[in-house]
Design a binder for this molecule. Structure first.
Ligand code: NAP
Length: 272
């Protein structure tokens, strides 16, 4: 599939109410695709569906991806409305922010329920239809899943699991002509992720200081969306975003001890 052949293809985008998902839905629609918008915020989805051309071009399906029945219904509604499915962008996600010792019972399970099981539920329900269309699955992961991120340990672990899922599925589904791409954004602006984070105690992420500071290498949601659309067309196995994100990823593979040392040093300076 090339991005010029997105015309009238049908893509589901989860987490489409804000941030990267909303920008991705807009970018796919601009490339000619019809889009199914999923998230929990009904009003935001309805507004976006209207903006993207109404019922003929966009369908809003309020969905909590941590609920397998709702994911099944999302796929059924998409099929009933548009009659085909060519792509699934598993983008919905949230952050439980805080040191491991401060996490409350249920935090880790909830983090995985949204960021990992949400992808599993949507992908399992969509797979028969994507095999039929030889379509594509794009999982929006994170650089945090390529390296261990202190004080965002639950998030980091959920994205690492997603990376392993994507890698295994890439091989498993290749003989069927179904593409599986893992996109790992670095810090991204124009999103709600930090503001909506569940915060436990002290954290390097998502706090007032974190929100005010723009890390070098930060990309806009629109830049990340453009990379997702390109990835859906070209279907590489893994895309690591932003020059700084790629530098960290390459350094970690070449000199893992260095990245670990920087983590420990940075952490102990802020915490002790
Ligand atoms: N921002 C970054 O720096 C960054 C970096 C790397 C990776 N990412 C990843 O990018 C993806 C998009 O995040 P974002 O940065 O664009 O943040 P965002 O603006 O907070 O978007 C998150 C989206 O996920 C949806 N969502 C959250 N929980 C959900 C649930 N249980 N069921 C269905 N939808 C749910 C939210 O909508 P509702 O609240 O309406 O449900 C929203 O549409 C996430 O997977 C995130 O981990 C972000």
């Amino acid at each position: 599939m090339s991005s010029s052949s997105f015309k009238d293809k049908v893509f589901i985008v989860t987490g489409a109410s804000t941030g990267i998902g909303r920008a991705t839905a807009r970018a796919l629609a601009a490339a000619g695709a019809r889009v199914v918008l999923a998230a929990r915020s009904e009003e935001a989805l309805a507004q976006l569906a209207a903006e993207l051309g109404g019922a003929e071009r966009a369908l809003a399906v309020p969905t909590d991806v941590s609920d397998s029945d709702q994911c099944q219904r999302l796929i059924e509604d998409a099929l009933a409305h548009f009659g085909q499915l060519d792509g699934l962008v598993n983008n919905a996600g949230m952050v439980v922010s805080g040191y491991f010792e401060h996490l409350q019972p249920g935090d880790m399970a909830y983090q995985f329920a949204v960021n990992y099981m949400g992808v599993v539920y949507c992908t399992q329900a969509a797979l028969p239809h994507l095999k039929q269309s030889r379509g594509v699955i794009v999982n929006v992961s994170s650089v945090a899943g390529l390296i261990g991120t202190p004080s965002a340990v639950a998030y980091s672990a959920s994205k690492a699991a997603l990376n392993a899922l994507g890698r295994a599925l890439w091989a498993e589904l290749r003989p069927y002509g179904v593409g599986v791409v893992t996109v790992c954004p670095y810090f991204t602006s124009g999103v709600e992720l930090g503001r909506k984070a569940i915060k436990r105690g002290d954290s390097l992420h998502g706090g007032a200081k974190g929100a005010a500071r723009v890390a070098p290498g930060t990309q806009t949601a629109e830049q990340v969306a453009a990379a997702i659309v390109k990835a859906a067309a070209r279907r590489p196995r893994l895309v690591v975003l932003s020059p700084i994100g790629r530098l960290i990823w390459r350094l970690d593979r070449a000199l893992p001890g260095l990245v670990d040392w920087v983590m420990v040093k940075g952490l102990s300076r802020r915490r002790l």
